[in-house]
Structures are given as structure tokens and as C-alpha cells.
Ligand binder design. Sequence first.
Ligand SMILES: [Zn+2]
Length: 217
Amino acid sequence: MKILDNLYAFIWRNPQVNNCNTYLIKGSKNILIDPGHLHLFDHVRLGLLGLNLIPDQIDLIMITHGHPDHLEAALLFKEPTLITISRSEADFIQEWAGQYGWNSDQGFKADFFLQEGELKIGDQIFQVMEAPGHSPGSVCLYWPEEKALFAGDVIFNQGIGRTDLPGGNGTLLKESIQRLAGLDIEYVLSGHGEVIKGKKAVEDNFRMIEGYWFNYL
Ligand SMILES: [Zn+2]
């Protein structure tokens, strides 16, 4: 699904199977955000093919957090594709690697770490925002030029990320969401569910989350 000339969403629509939405930023560098489950990667591969791209043409994989439904397919990518995630999330994955069914050779490796602040990739500038709560090293990526927020599993259309998984923390999630609510956003691109488009819809969604979901955090 085309969102903008340089932004595509591969929205996961099968409610029976857990996988995440994947986003492609197409430009001087092709960036894939959250490639999803390994065994469900054909969904992304076909989406790329429809844009005349193959996985080898992806320059960078950015991972919002380390849950397998977001990260796992990163294992398919090799040099020269680079992979990035926050350092604290990479450490967290290490701790839980056994649960992912990975052996030490298969382990996931980041080429560099996402850290709070500005990140320049090709001709695009992103703001990396640490956003713990759903998982300890979750990050959101804000793209000021397009006023787009890649939210991972921090917020959704009408919802918020779970806090009952290992490393989850409701107080931190609340603080993370409050920080995001201060941004100038036209598009919320979450890890699951529909894309939220338009400043008013984005503001309404934050208001709904604060009025309803914050009671549960
Ligand atoms: Zn998650």
C-alpha cells in the first residue's frame, strides 16, 4: 500500500496469524522497518517485488523492538544490508535468545545501534526516540520531513502495546506515549493494525488512548 511517493506499507491483514506491519522507505537508501516473522516474509517479498525491488536492494533494516514478529526476518539479510536496533533491546534479545529457538550461530547481530537523537540515512533524517514500556529497548522513529511516526508496538490505532511480556512496564509505556503525543504527526505507522492518517485523526487517537488505556497502565 502506497502511503507517500517514498513510503509504502505492507499491512498484515490475517488475524489468525501473528505478524507485524512492515514499512519501506524508498529513496537514495532503501530502508525496511520491521521485516516481520521469518516464515511469513513472503508477504514482504511479494510487496517489494510489486515495487520492482528484491531484498538484496534493501540498504538498511531498522527494528523497532526485538519481538520475533518484528525482528525475525532480519536473519534473512546479509551484507551489504545493514541491520539496526537499540543496544538495550539487542542485550534483551540475547537474554531471551533461547525462547526464540536460536542457537548461538543463528544469533541476531546488529551492525550499529539506534540511539536517542538524530539519525541520517542517505538523504533522509530521522529522530530516534527511546520508547520503553512494551519492551525495554523499544524505539520509535520520527521522520520530520513527512511528519511520520513509526511507532512499533508502543501505540496502535485505538490501542497500546502489551506490557505483560518480559521486560514490559506500564509506567514507562505511559511516559513514552506522552512524549510521542507532543510531536507534530500526520501519519502513525504502527506495528499492527491500520495506519492513522491526518493530524486530527492522530490527535484523536492520542486523546482516546490517554482517556481510556491510561487507566490500565
Ligand atoms: Zn511487540
